[in-house]
Design a protein around this ligand. Structure first.
Ligand code: 5GP
Length: 213
């Protein structure tokens, strides 16, 4: 297997439980994955720590990062900037780790353009009632913010076909293992086995040439 890790994009409606799913995946298979920490201009929620859930910053600094090409993608989501710092992702991929980006759909599409060999996974709850229950149960957002996020989810649902796989998150352990299996299977795709494909192709061509002569 080639050493370079897989860039995995995990998106899903706000409240789909993707954060919890990713945590469960890391708990089970820590050594194979690295989680990218995004930068955001959103205010920290209670309990969120600088450099763990996000790097919290202001608009001015965020825009400077954009200018200096420090982010591999960014998006505006419900009035705030969110973006993926470049250095960590590049280093971890080169070290053979599968790097997880937990980002929304605009960012996911930008990543797909820049890194066509990435793996796009969309996480959804089984139904909208459950989504609303999870958003309300979190207790961190106002009623208005929840309504905003549900409206955004409706828009995002239009883009689901751009993803490689859809995981319905109704059982945390199962969903974490499902994602892990998808990543394991993705390693076998020809686009992620460039070196092997190149080698066997060259050998076959030179053999065929030898036979013809
Ligand atoms: P939240 O405010 O709930 O933490 O995140 C809001 C949305 O922004 C979620 O869908 C989350 O996945 C997404 N998000 C988090 N970090 C990034 C990022 O770096 N880039 C993009 N495009 N979206 C992000």
């Amino acid at each position: 297997m080639e050493k370079k890790g897989i860039l995995i994009v995990i998106s899903g409606f706000s409240g789909a439980g993707k954060g919890t799913l990713v945590k469960e995946l890391l708990r089970r298979h820590r050594e194979q994955y690295s989680l990218s920490v995004s930068m955001t201009t959103r205010a920290p929620r209670e309990g969120e720590r600088e450099g763990v859930e996000y790097f919290f910053t202001d608009r001015e600094h965020f825009e400077k990062e954009i200018e200096q090409d420090g982010l591999i993608e960014y998006a505006l989501y419900c009035g705030n900037y969110y973006g993926t710092p470049r250095t960590y992702v590049e280093e971890q991929l080169a070290a053979g780790k599968n790097v997880i980006l937990e980002i929304e759909i605009q960012g996911a599409l930008k990543i797909k353009k820049k890194f066509p060999e990435c793996l796009l996974i969309f996480v959804t709850p089984p139904n909208v009632k459950e989504l609303k229950r999870r958003l309300e149960g979190r207790g961190t957002e106002s009623e208005e913010a929840i309504a905003n996020r549900l409206a955004r989810a409706a828009e995002e649902s239009e883009g689901v076909e751009a993803y490689d796989y859809l995981v319905v998150n109704d059982n945390l352990e199962q969903s974490a293992e499902d994602v892990h299996s998808l990543v394991a299977a993705a390693r076998w795709a020809p686009v992620r086995r460039e070196k092997f494909v190149k080698k066997i192709r060259e050998e076959l061509h030179s053999y065929a040439k030898g036979v013809q002569e």
